[in-house]
Design a protein around this ligand. Structure first.
Ligand code: ADP
Ligand SMILES: N[C@@H](CCOP(=O)(O)O)C(=O)O
Length: 324
């Protein structure tokens, strides 16, 4: 589940009244997601014909000083024609408000479903939309450093410590040294833009083969575009437990990406290490969450081993995987 905070009907109605979107009709907590609380909001709409929105309350892992960056980015990308939800501004023009000491934003609802087992056609479209987003973001004036880069992964795993990692799974402690190796080999001069950096299937809504929305930009930052492709490759091209590599999906993603933006030789050569860094990014955050989240918490903990298996795969096969 991901509704960490209970809001009464009165509180929600008062909040919605601050926006020019009609009156609150219903609010349903959304189970998906792990980071923020989300509600599907229905209102009477400005014209009485009804309207839907997503209300997000920012709970953790978000530095609130970054919120204007994330919300302005949505507006910028939507204005450039990317399938990204706009931020609804309140009557005073603010993109977010405060409720019970927490920041909340009202976001445009976009239709579509997240797929569990993507087809090649879907993977191709996701690759293409990712590249379009990278190009559209080049005109966005603000920037934000990646706070979850390879150095952070190495540091987080070291801080978790061998003993706590071994308690989760015996194979996990080895990732401390592997993350250090990857951080030392990390390329620093690849072409950059704003990247999504968490483009998992649950952050893409689809209608058939078409991408109807990219959502959850709360890890977006300025970094290498090829790294974003590597994250997306790691997130889409395996069975969810990380055991089975789906070669046709990996290929379709890269082909779709290159149908819009060709990778440079340097980017292609860097993909094996970028993919290892991508896997480690999720091994480290999942291991940290695993240790910090009580086993009986309402949130389902995500298995770090699903990304250790991807990491092993990229260490073994990465050299040949991304050759043109
Ligand atoms: N703009 C949107 N339009 C339609 N559904 C959305 C939108 N934003 C979020 N959702 C729904 O809410 C769920 C959780 O949102 P998400 O931003 O991924 O939460 P979290 O940051 O907690 O992972 C998504 O899986 C999707 O079902
Ligand atoms: N995609 C990450 C977790 C981030 O969660 P999200 O629900 O905010 O996308 C993972 O799978 O570890």
């Amino acid at each position: 589940m991901a509704v960490y905070t209970q809001l009464s009907a009165e509180t929600l109605a008062e909040l919605i009244a601050q926006y020019d979107v009609g009156e609150l009709v219903s609010a349903k907590g959304i189970a998906e997601g792990v980071s923020n609380s989300n509600w599907l909001i229905e209102t009477s709409g400005k014209d009485g014909a009804g309207a839907r929105f997503i209300l997000t309350m920012y709970e953790k892992r978000i530095d609130l000083s970054d919120l204007p960056f994330f919300l302005d980015l949505l507006d910028h990308l939507a204005a450039q024609g990317c399938p990204v939800p706009r931020t609804i501004h309140d009557r005073a023009g603010a993109s977010f408000r405060w409720l019970d000491g927490k920041a909340v934003a009202l976001i445009e609802f976009l239709p579509g479903v997240s797929v569990d087992h993507p087809t090649e056609g879907q993977a191709y479209s996701v690759g293409a939309v990712l590249a379009e987003m990278h190009l559209a973001a080049e005109g966005f004036a603000a920037s934000r450093a990646n706070t979850l880069g390879p150095e952070t992964s190495a540091q987080v795993l070291a801080e978790c410590g061998e003993a706590a990692l071994a308690e989760i799974a015996p194979a996990l402690p080895a990732t401390i040294a592997q993350a250090r190796e990857v951080a030392e080999a990390w390329p620093t001069d690849l072409p950059r833009s704003i990247i999504h950096s968490d483009l998992f299937p649950d952050n893409v809504l689809m209608r058939g083969d078409e991408v109807s929305a990219l959502i959850d930009f709360y890890f977006a930052c300025t970094d290498a575009m090829a790294y974003d492709l590597a994250v997306t490759h790691a997130a889409w091209s395996f069975s969810s437990d990380g055991h089975g590599y789906r070669a046709e999906i990996g290929r379709a993603l890269v082909q779709g990406y290159e149908s819009v933006r060709k990778l440079g030789k340097d980017e292609r050569a860097a993909l094996p290490v970028l993919a290892q860094g991508a896997a480690l990014r999720f091994v480290s955050s999942r291991a940290q969450d695993w240790i910090e989240t009580p086993a009986d918490a309402l949130v389902t903990r995500k298995d770090p081993m699903a990304f250790v298996r991807r990491l092993d795969f990229y260490r073994r096969e990465g050299g040949d995987l991304f050759t043109a």
